[in-house]
Structure formats: C-alpha cells, structure tokens
Write a protein that binds this ligand. Structure first.
Ligand code: NAP
Ligand code: ZN
Length: 360
C-alpha cells in the first residue's frame, strides 16, 4: 500500500496500472487528510478519456507507475476544509484535469491556470506536498477547492462526468475562436469520439453548420440524426475531401493517432483556423503548402481554466447538453479501455464507481 507523505492517512480503494501492459487491477492507496483548502469527494462516476490510455500504456513516456487514471470525475462532497467558501457537504461537484497550479503567475491570475508552467494534473502529477496524484478511478478524492466546480442540478451525474475533460477541451477553443459571438459559421470536427461528439453539440448550440470529418462510415447515420451534424465527410475518401475544399472557417482536430494535417487544412477557407486538441504520441505531418496558399493557422489548446469550466457546465445546464455514454462497472474497466483503444464506443465510457460489482 503506497504512502507518499506522512499526512496521507486516508485509505482509498481504486484501480491502477502498474506497467505499460496497461492492465488495471484493484489498488488500495493513501490520500492526504482533508486540509483547510480541500474538499473530500465521494466519487460517483468517472469518464474514461483517451488520455487515460496514453498514460496507462505510457505512450507519452511520462507515466509514473502505479497510475490511478481518471480526470472526468463527478461526486458528492463529504468534507469541507475551514478556508473553503462556496462548497458544502452534499454538494454535487466535478473535478477535471487540474490538481495544482502556482496561483501566482499571469495565467493563474487571469483564470488561465491550465497554462501555468507549474501545472500539476489530477493523476500522474506531483502535488504541492510532494505526493504523486491519483485520479478518479477510485472511491474518494481529496481536491483543493480551487479545482472543483459545481454540477448544475439538472444534469445527470453520469452523463455529465465527461464534460470535465472532453467538454471543456472542446468548449475552450471554440470560445477562444469567438464561435459563441456569432452564428452561421461552418465548422469541422475531426474524429467522432469522446471529444468529438461533445464538440458537435457545442457547435450546434452556438448556431453553426457542423461537419464531421471521420474515418468511420458506421458513425454517419447517428452523427447526423442523433448528434445533429449537418454534414459528414469520410477523411479516407479523397474525392469527398476534394469536393469540400475551402468550405470551413474553423476545424477542431480530436484524433488520438498520428495523421497528416495536409488534407484537413485543405478543407479550411483562406484565413481559417485548425485547432489541435488530440494528442498522438508521434509528431503530425504538417505540409507547408496548404498553410501558405491559404494563410491558414494551426494552433493547439489544452483543457480550460476553472472559471471557464464552470461557465461550460452552466452552459450545458442551460442547453441540456450531456454526453452520450455507456456506463460500466469497475470490474469492466479493462474491457472498456480495450474497446476505446479499438474505436468501439459511442461515445464515452463512464465508470460507475459506486457500483457493487466492484472487485474490491
Ligand atoms: P476517442 O474517444 O478515442 O476519439 C478519438 C477519435 O479519433 C476516434 O473516435 C476516431 O474517430 C478518431 N481516430 C481514432 N484513430 C484514428 C486514426 N488512426 N486515424 C484517424 N482518426 C482516428 O478519444 P478522446 O477521448 O476523444 O481523445 C482524443 C485525443 O484528445 C486523445 O489523444 C487525448 O489524449 C486528447 N485529449 C486532449 C486534451 C487537451 O486538453 N488537448 C484533452 C483531452 C483529451 P472516427 O471514428 O470518427 O474517425
Ligand atoms: Zn481527458
């Protein structure tokens, strides 16, 4: 049983990968005692993000084993520290990717703490006390309250959980590109997975024409009929791609595997923007001609700040936006991870952490 620092006295049951085979097994570890700035959260649900696969298999080469993944967490507050304002026992809350930032730099002061140079994540990070952070594939979380948000009353806790990462990751670049300020733009979403399916919903809620650019013909009917996409292009079909050249103002690329950006860039109008949020383990091919001939921009984006995460959840509450999920019990985590790796989920697995089938 891991005990990283002396005040880590709370025994917690969770699930961890111990090597790059990526297999998770039940794992009991210690969390810190709830401090004055902390809240303790009984975890109800945790989404399975593709980032969890990158970590459990050490695809980015940064994993500190054992790793307890999970950064799409919803739960209920069970304890509140003495300095904490705005949260009380029983509140329905969410925790995403952030565990700690410096609180002092220009980004922290400007509600962009996700870009703090000292950012530490909910798992595989190093907290202020020197301990390694463990994520939401566990029954209890202790979080500094500055990285906790309220889940609107009308949102179901299971289908809201993936909003804490997938949701904010696609919402933030849309706001950054001012897609909330005018309607009728033509936007493209590359990859119809966990991130991509929420991106369609935000794109439609902001009043835009949404095109999905996918490798999966089997997702077209649902993409159009249930998720509300206006158009659907198969990226491996050169003819379809050619026929849509210079049609889009903005594209969000959510693909988790290496691919060339050239064909995607050709879909943008002159001056169009391609934002990368997908994070493959290898560099992407970036040919210069589609950039030069179209004065196009490629940029990246990482999750969002806490203020914006709360705004995103409030927006979801107002527009009834949740994720399309398949709920699994904790004993099915490995099966779910394998299916996600094989592109076999519509569109997000969510672990029902409290389910009694738990193998602990
Ligand atoms: P996901 O559910 O697996 O979705 C990724 C989608 O990409 C798939 O559904 C598939 O869509 C497409 N795809 C998969 N393999 C492909 C291939 N070989 N070539 C082309 N397309 C392929 O993953 P996710 O949870 O949405 O995460 C996506 C990526 O975003 C991951 O790399 C993750 O680490 C990253 N991420 C980044 C941030 C950030 O802050 N920037 C936050 C969260 C996650 P189609 O079937 O439609 O082609
Ligand atoms: Zn994630």
């Amino acid at each position: 049983m891991a005990q990283t620092t002396p005040n880590h006295k709370i025994t917690v049951a969770g699930w961890a990968a111990h090597d790059n085979s990526g297999v998770l097994t039940p794992y009991t570890f210690k969390r810190r005692v709830n401090g004055p700035d902390d809240v303790s959260i009984k975890v109800l649900y945790c989404g399975i993000c593709h980032t969890d696969i990158h970590h459990v298999k050490n695809e980015w080469g940064i994993t500190m084993y054992p790793v307890v993944p999970g950064h799409e967490i919803t739960g209920v507050i069970t304890e509140v520290g003495s300095n904490v304002k705005g949260f009380k026992i029983g509140d329905k809350v969410g925790v995403g990717c952030l565990a700690a930032t410096c609180l002092d730099c220009e980004f922290c002061k400007n509600s962009e703490e996700n870009y703090c140079d000292k950012v530490q994540f909910t798992y595989n990070g190093i907290f202020w006390d020197g301990s390694i952070t463990y994520g939401g594939y566990s029954e209890l979380l202790v979080s500094d309250h500055r990285y906790v948000v309220h889940v609107p009353e009308n949102l179901p806790m299971d289908a809201a959980a993936p909003l804490l990462c997938a949701g904010i990751t696609v919402y933030a670049p849309m706001i950054d590109s001012k897609l909330h300020e005018s309607t009728g733009k033509r936007i493209g979403i590359v990859g119809l997975g966990g991130l991509g399916h929420v991106a369609i919903k935000f794109g439609k809620a902001f009043g835009h024409h949404v095109t999905v650019i996918s490798t999966s013909p089997s997702k077209e009917k649902e993409g159009r009929e249930r998720l509300g996409a206006d158009d659907f292009i198969i990226s491996t079909d050169a003819k379809q791609m050619e026929s849509k050249r210079r049609t889009l103002d903005f594209i969000l690329d959510t693909v988790a595997a290496p691919h060339s950006l050239g064909p995607t860039l050709e879909l943008l109008k002159v001056n169009g923007t391609l934002v990368l949020v997908g994070a493959p383990d290898k560099p992407l091919e970036l040919p210069c001609f589609p950039l030069i001939f179209g004065k196009r921009v490629v940029k990246g984006s990482m999750i969002g700040g806490m203020k914006e995460t709360q705004e995103m959840l409030n927006f979801c509450g107002k527009h009834n936006i949740t994720c399309d999920i398949e709920t699994v019990t904790p004993d099915k985590i490995n099966e779910a991870l394998n299916r996600l790796a094989n592109n076999d989920v519509k569109y997000r697995f969510v672990i029902n952490i409290g389910d009694k089938n738990s193998s602990h």
